[in-house]
Design a protein around this ligand. Structure first.
Ligand code: 4NP
Length: 159
């Protein structure tokens, strides 16, 4: 179940708004942003991503994350890292954290602030940080992200 859209919308945008949040906004949440955006392209849904930290603001996606996305047919080129701002809590209907640290930094869990993988059909958990690991970690993240985004897109379609 997903929470109802905020009413009235702060900016009068009628689309359901989903924010995806990790630590650096160069690996996990940008991958989830690209994949979920593709899955809801035909729906009145807007997707954005941010990091709880600001070290990488303005940078493109991590090259390993971008390579895995490209290998699976996605376009990672538009991403530029942003830091989560408290006003996103008013602007977004659903704020989804990649791991428990991100969730705690966002002040969750609440009805609107949850783990992204609470929608994983294989069961809830974290999206592990692949930044300090090898290429396998990025493939693993993409698999989690693809199945979770597909399930979340179905929920959004059913609204
Ligand atoms: P992300 O990965 O949170 O999935 O974007 C990380 C990116 C950068 C750092 C940590 C995690 N960092 O420490 O710079």
């Amino acid at each position: 179940m997903i929470p109802a859209a905020r009413a009235p919308r702060p900016d009068d945008d009628p689309r359901y708004a989903v924010a995806l949040v990790c630590l650096g906004n160069i690996c996990r949440s940008p991958m989830a942003d690209v994949v979920l955006s593709a899955a809801v392209a035909d729906l009145p849904v807007v997707v954005a991503s941010a990091g709880t930290g600001g070290w990488h603001v303005g940078e493109p996606m991590d090259r390993r994350a971008a390579a895995v996305l490209r290998a699976h047919g996605y376009d990672p080129s538009g991403h530029r890292a942003r830091q989560f701002d408290a006003d996103w809590h008013d602007r977004f209907d659903l704020v989804l954290a990649m791991d428990e640290d991100n969730l705690a930094a966002l002040g969750g869990p609440t009805e609107r602030i949850r783990l992204f993988r609470s929608f994983d059909p294989l069961g809830p958990g974290e999206v592990p940080d692949p930044y300090y690991g090898g290429d396998d970690g990025f493939e693993e993240v993409l698999a989690m992200v693809e199945r979770t985004a597909a399930a979340l897109a179905e929920e959004l379609r059913g609204r």
